[in-house]
Design a protein around this ligand. Structure first.
Ligand SMILES: Cc1cc2nc3c(=O)[nH]c(=O)nc-3n(C[C@H](O)[C@H](O)[C@H](O)COP(=O)(O)OP(=O)(O)OC[C@H]3O[C@@H](n4cnc5c(N)ncnc54)[C@H](O)[C@@H]3O)c2cc1C
Length: 469
């Protein structure tokens, strides 16, 4: 470390890496417990991470999180409520879905309801494997495989007919929707035995009138601006590992107490500035240096999957690295289409897209990526939202917004059998996979992973077993 870097190094009790919901919430917990000596290091030039909104047509539009899932026991809901962000008069807008096939035929609502109910029953049965510890059928390991099996049994009893074909298309559409809810490419990636381990909080999905990102207000109101250092991507977190004998925090060599052979008066003696013994030294990409006693790391799983080996020095213990590998961090993207004028019947709020049979797995993504969009839903009369997941979403991220807009117009004209569907005046697509400080959208339970993996990653690491916790 150069003398200048040593002089300009910053010191605090706790460093928090990441100013998303987790990092900001950690900071608030520290404050509540009387600790004010902390800094948050945030890679981007903004706070919020996967909570971010933009204005489209004077409307706040959320590019990441949108709903508060559940009320009872949900700390985000409690914070939103305490901060007056929740509308007490919540009159849900009527939601009218139509499902259309590629030739523009609309499916009778009775068929849609029937298949939706069957689908929900299949999903609930998958959850029971965790709750009741049932043994799954042979060679069925994933939610996708189980739902497909149930769907085959359900449809198998019906004679071949156009109606049966449509029912199959609805099941396929619902499975695509599920990949967006879950955060994966296909539901065949999701562990059957663990599905029920996810506890859904009571109260349904809540939308904040000022948008989900309004929660960033109360999350930051007690933080001093100088406690959040933006545009500060962390390159390396040097930490002292217990029981590793001589350990190095960056180029500050210390010797741990529990290493008898090496124990002498130089124990825990910093051989370069600073003169105090810190457990953590962080280097930013720009070479800034920070020292602290503790670090709270809230780097998203997608970034950990790519970079955990280079970010942590020494490396994280094997059990943490294995858990990082086992969990899935899937890609889910949003496509917003903004129009000059409304063109969808005002009574319709969502058009489900029932694509003809699934593209073969060898088909080129450039020819089929858009078949993963399962619906377009109205945000307002002049703003539509489509969702897309997995490999297809990642392919979409390589296209220009104009190319996506053109394809979406083609899709809408086809499914609505209306050549006059206008082109959007603006198309905005998210690119969560491509974002270097996220590398995906959210965590999912891959086949073979379990809640233990989440616990393993969250588990604190102590530099010294005798240290008061
Ligand atoms: C499209 C989408 C829709 C979603 N919908 C919902 C929803 O409706 N409801 C819901 O509850 N959740 C939803 N989520 C999930 C929710 O957004 C996340 O669970 C939550 O925001 C994660 O917060 P976090 O702090 O753990 O991570 P993040 O928000 O990702 O924050 C991590 C922070 O760390 C920073 N960082 C990364 N690397 C470094 C580095 N090297 N150095 C310094 N800083 C770094 C990042 O820039 C970021 O600010 C959605 C997510 C997406 C992408």
């Amino acid at each position: 470390m150069s003398e200048n870097a040593a002089k300009s190094a910053k010191y605090c009790k706790v460093l928090i890496v990441g100013a998303g919901a987790a990092g900001l919430s950690s900071a608030n917990h520290l404050l509540k417990n009387g600790c004010t000596d902390f800094l948050i290091l945030e890679a981007r030039n903004r706070i919020g991470g996967r909570i971010v909104s933009i204005d489209i047509d004077s409307q706040k539009v959320e590019l990441g999180a949108n709903w508060i899932h559940g009320v009872l026991g949900n700390p985000i809901f409690e914070l939103a409520m305490a901060s007056g962000l929740v509308s007490i008069i919540n009159i849900p807008k009527p939601h009218k879905i139509v499902a259309a096939t590629e030739d523009g035929k609309q499916v009778p609502i009775g068929i849609l309801h029937e298949i939706y109910e069957a689908y929900v029953t299949f999903l609930r049965r998958c959850e029971e494997y965790f709750l009741c510890q049932y043994i799954p059928p042979p060679d069925i390991h994933s939610v996708g495989e189980h739902i497909n099996l149930e769907q085959e049994l359900y449809l198998g009893e019906m004679p071949e007919s156009p109606e049966k074909r449509v029912k199959r298309l609805i099941f396929n559409c619902l499975l695509k929707r599920e990949t967006c809810i879950t955060g994966c490419d296909t539901m065949n990636e999701i562990d059957l035995l663990e599905l029920g381990s996810y506890t859904e909080l009571q109260g349904g999905n809540i939308v904040l009138p000022a948008g989900y990102s309004s929660i960033l207000g109360p999350l930051t109101e007690h933080l001093a601006p100088e406690q959040i250092i933006k545009a500060c991507p962390v390159r390396t977190i040097h930490w002292r590992r217990k029981g590793s004998g001589s350990s190095t925090v960056g180029n500050l060599t210390t010797v741990e107490e529990d290493n008898e052979g090496d124990s002498d008066d130089s124990d825990k003696t910093v051989t370069e500035a600073p003169t105090r013994n810190f457990n953590v030294k962080i280097e930013s990409e720009a070479g800034e240096i920070f020292y602290a006693d503790h670090v709270i790391c809230t780097i998203p799983l997608g970034v950990l999957k790519d970079k955990a080996d280079s970010i942590f020095s020494p490396s994280l213990p094997t059990y943490k690295r294995e858990s990082i590998d086992r969990l899935l961090f899937g890609t889910v993207d949003k496509i917003f289409l903004e129009y000059d004028r409304p063109f969808l019947n005002s009574s319709i709020s969502e058009v489900m897209l029932l694509w003809n049979d699934e593209p073969s797995s060898t088909a080129s993504l450039k020819d089929v990526w858009f078949k993963k969009i399962y619906s377009f839903a109205k945000v307002t009369e002049t703003l539509l939202l489509g969702w897309i997941s997995g490999r297809e979403a990642e392919f979409m991220e390589t296209l220009s917004h104009d190319e996506v807009a053109e394809k979406c117009t083609e899709i809408l004209r086809k499914f609505l059998q209306d050549p006059f569907v206008p082109k959007p005046k603006r198309c905005i697509c998210t690119s969560w996979k491509n974002q270097p400080f996220c590398r995906g959208s959210y965590t999912a339970m891959a086949v073979g992973a379990s809640q233990d993996d989440i616990e393993n990653i969250a588990q604190p690491l102590y530099s010294d077993p005798h240290q008061p916790k």
